[in-house]
Design a protein around this ligand. Structure first.
Ligand code: SF4
Length: 75
């Protein structure tokens, strides 16, 4: 009976851009600490600066972290 709403909840616990986001790619290559994925992509994604800029159509570099800081080591 409660299976359907729970499934919806689980789906919402990950940012909708995760599959195409550079952060996923950097993480899978071992260049990005898991804390970023846990904190933003699979957590508080509403406060991700990358996500906000994506949704407002503002350009941002692939090496910009979810908090808006720049990490040149990701290049
Ligand atoms: S970095 Fe931001 S935009 Fe990218 S998947 Fe994570 S929460 Fe979404």
């Amino acid at each position: 009976m409660y299976e359907y709403p729970q499934r919806i909840y689980m789906e919402q616990k990950q940012c909708q851009y995760y599959s195409v986001c550079p952060m996923k790619r950097f993480y899978e290559r071992g260049k990005l600490d898991k804390k970023w994925i846990d904190r933003y992509c699979k957590g508080d994604y509403d406060n991700c600066v990358r996500r906000k800029m994506e949704e407002s159509g503002k350009w941002h570099p692939d090496y910009m972290l979810p908090d808006g800081s720049i990490d040149h080591s990701l290049i």
